[in-house]
Design a protein around this ligand. Structure first.
Ligand SMILES: [Zn+2]
Length: 404
């Protein structure tokens, strides 16, 4: 007996073999999102399809074999794409086509040249001056893995993309832990010889052990000893390692008469990286990778879009981790009255690495200083951060964006 799903798939394939339907006059009228532009970027190592949408939409991406395809299902979309959209391939993609599948449902079918893995599939909401964007990132795979991930998906009613082979150590997602200061830069100092650079280094080492204990992640420290590393140097370490997360650790002093104390989690504030965007759009600085995509051959407009996408994606993941971190820390440590803040810290400016700065406490507070120098506190607090890291990755895997 032929399964209904197979019949449906065959019918869909037939329907989608036809050229994309022309944009209809009434399109977009019934509140349907309109697809206004599309582009393929990248190469055989990573190929990205970006589709501009007038409004956000929920999508589901999955693979089909023989021939190899990636399918994106979404609510009904009015496709008003340029004539040539989808006809020419690039990187792993040979072509793509799109259309309305049934009332209320649309589908995009991406023909690929070889087995691929869906590394990312998401839609970013529209923000000021930028449309909503659908992003599909494909990376090379092999037939066996391709078929396995398909089988795993079929066995899973949620349709989640499951990875089957246990990752090799070098493939593990990297977490960069950045103990602040070091060497000639001692950072803050507190009562009884408390030294920021030492406190944060001890904390970082313990945190590394805890995060690596599960065997699912690799930790890179920005300094292995008491040496000076510049702020751009720290960001570079995170980017060079294609880190999935960066946690910068500090324990500064505050000039305040009210005894401010407690841990605080900082994320990068709003428009802080516009200058970097401009710099990146400049051809001279284009010999750069962003989110695994080589920008050097892209026209300025596309480089700008890719940079903007990376930044928005990064800031969404950063916010997610920062909230989770506050939640976990609350159980183990004294928190600042206003524990989640944003600021323009230089070390948080990697456009494609979700990054937070954790002030463990303030050395200007006698209570904080005492805690931060205690072994029991360090044990508890590192455990809380490690748990927040675990939860963060678990959520990303559930969302189908496991990180690099
Ligand atoms: Zn500091």
């Amino acid at each position: 007996m032929i399964r209904p799903s197979l019949i449906a798939a065959l019918l869909l394939t037939a329907a989608l073999l036809a050229p994309a339907p022309p944009a209809r006059a009434e399109s977009g009228a019934a509140g349907r999102p309109v697809a206004t532009d599309a582009r393929l970027v990248g190469d055989d190592a990573r190929t990205r399809l970006i589709i501009d949408l007038s409004a956000s939409a929920d999508i589901k991406a999955f693979t089909l074999a023989d021939p190899y395809r990636v399918v994106i299902d979404l609510p009904e979309i009015s496709f008003q794409l340029p004539e040539a959209a989808g006809r020419e391939g690039r990187g792993l993609v040979s072509a793509y086509r799109f259309g309305v599948l049934a009332p209320g449902r649309s589908r995009i079918v991406v023909d690929v040249k070889r087995p691929v893995a869906i590394d990312k599939a998401f839609v970013l909401d529209a923000v000021e001056g930028q449309p909503a964007r659908l992003v599909l990132d494909l990376t090379p795979s092999d037939r066996k893995t391709f078929l396995q991930s398909r089988a795993a998906r079929e066995g899973d009613p949620t349709g989640a993309i499951a990875s089957t082979a246990p990752p090799k150590t070098n493939d593990l997602p990297v977490v960069v832990i950045d103990p602040g200061h070091g060497g000639v830069d001692p950072g803050a100092s507190g009562p009884q010889g408390a030294s920021e650079k030492e406190i944060v280094f001890e904390f970082a080492k313990r945190l590394k052990e805890k995060i690596e204990a599960g065997g699912e992640r690799r930790v890179v420290l920005t300094r292995d000893d008491d040496t000076f590393v510049s702020l751009p140097g720290r960001v570079k370490i995170a980017r060079d390692n294609a880190a999935a997360l960066m946690i910068s650790i500090h324990a500064d002093t505050l000039q305040d008469p009210f005894g401010v104390r407690g841990a605080t989690v900082y994320t990068l504030s709003g428009k802080a990286s516009d200058k970097e965007a401009a710099k990146l759009a400049d051809k001279e600085n284009r010999a750069d990778l962003i989110a695994g995509l080589d920008l050097s051959d892209e026209p300025e407009e596309v480089a700008g879009i890719l940079f903007e996408l990376a930044r928005r994606e990064t800031s969404a993941f950063t916010a997610q981790f920062a909230k989770g971190l506050v939640r976990e820390l609350k159980k183990a440590a004294k928190l600042n009255k206003n524990p989640l803040r944003s600021a323009g810290f230089r070390v948080l400016k990697a456009p494609d690495v979700p990054s937070v700065l954790l002030e463990l406490g303030y050395l200007s507070s006698k209570e904080d200083a005492k805690l931060m120098m205690s072994e029991a506190w360090r044990e508890q607090a590192t455990q809380a951060v490690a748990e927040a890291v675990d939860r963060y990755f678990a959520t990303r895997i559930a969302q189908g964006t496991p990180g690099r």
